[in-house]
Write a protein that binds this ligand. Structure first.
Ligand SMILES: [Fe+2]
Ligand SMILES: [Fe+2]
Length: 296
């Protein structure tokens, strides 16, 4: 049966209210909310060599990395969606409406994460940014998305799965979903993303046929490779901002450990890969075998 996306659109019509409530709340995330188990490098030898203050700073910078990575990625999803909505004539009305709604929600999300970074002075976002000032990286990846906009959907599903598993990981320690502004933000974000993960597979199926599989495949490869570069840049900046007293050699060593911790050791990322793998099995995306590298 043809997909009309009504399952998604009908349940998401009222998403604005929870975001407006969030924008009204005061800044409420400080070192009081530090949780050792959630801090970068936890469980490694390097973590135990750091002072409490250094761990706390590293944690704040990692939260900034997560927030900025989500903003960066959501902007790319919006770019890909708008490119398809405005430049392609093959879209059916219901697909166009689902894409517009999806892009609109992502705009709210990135606004929400920007709001978090902006109102918390302890984030020092006015002077220390992770991706917001990386012009070359933004240029490279936006060119890829403009040339092959269909490439955003499957990597998008994995990043969105990450938002679900990241929320699951932090809510173990922040039992009250409104106890601080970080858990509040992640809670309302994942409510939308739970709908987006399956939606991305449906959009992929509908769009890849028209965009061309090879273009989408190569776009996806370059997209994922650029994301690895972004991970390295992000990990380096986290270490540089949190531990300015360390020399370059130590920063590079910690950057590699930090990047490995973020994508191989945290339960959130491992679960996101597993969730994406299961969605591949359940949703059977078109040319799915070609795109499996997305969840490696
Ligand atoms: Fe989002
Ligand atoms: Fe999303």
């Amino acid at each position: 049966m043809k997909n009309d996306y009504s399952h998604y659109l009908n349940t998401q019509e009222n998403f604005r209210q929870k975001w407006h409530e969030y924008f009204e709340c005061p800044a409420n995330f400080s070192s009081d909310h530090y949780v050792e188990q959630l801090a970068p490098l936890f469980g490694t030898d390097d973590f135990f060599k750091l002072t409490e203050a250094q761990r706390n700073q590293l944690n704040l910078e990692y939260i900034k990395l997560v927030a900025e990575a989500l903003i960066f990625f959501e902007q790319l999803l919006v770019l890909g969606a708008w490119k398809i909505i405005n430049k392609r004539t093959y879209l059916e009305a219901h697909t166009k409406r689902a894409l517009q709604h999806f892009a609109y929600e992502e705009l709210y999300h990135s606004h929400g994460f920007r709001h978090f970074l902006f109102i918390h002075e302890n984030m020092h976002w006015n002077k220390n940014k992770i991706y917001a000032d990386s012009k070359i990286l933004r240029f490279i990846i936006s060119k890829i998305v403009i040339l092959a906009p269909g490439c955003v959907f499957l990597p998008g599903a994995k990043l969105e799965a990450f938002t679900l598993s990241y929320h699951k990981m932090i809510k173990k320690y922040y039992l009250n979903q409104r106890s601080n502004s970080w858990i509040h933000l992640n809670h309302i974000h994942q409510l939308d993303e739970a709908h987006h993960v399956p939606l991305e597979f449906e959009l992929h199926n509908e769009i890849v046929k028209n965009e061309g599989v090879l273009k989408t495949f190569f776009g996806c490869i370059f997209f994922v490779l650029t994301m690895q570069l972004a991970l390295g840049i992000g990990a380096f900046k986290v270490v540089k901002y949190a531990l300015p007293e360390k020399n370059l050699f130590t920063r590079i060593r910690l950057m590699m450990k930090m990047a490995r911790w973020a994508v191989r050791l945290t339960p959130a990322y491992n679960e996101a890969r597993e969730m994406t793998r299961k969605q591949f099995i359940a949703k059977k995306p078109i040319y799915g075998n070609l795109f499996k590298f997305v969840y490696w």
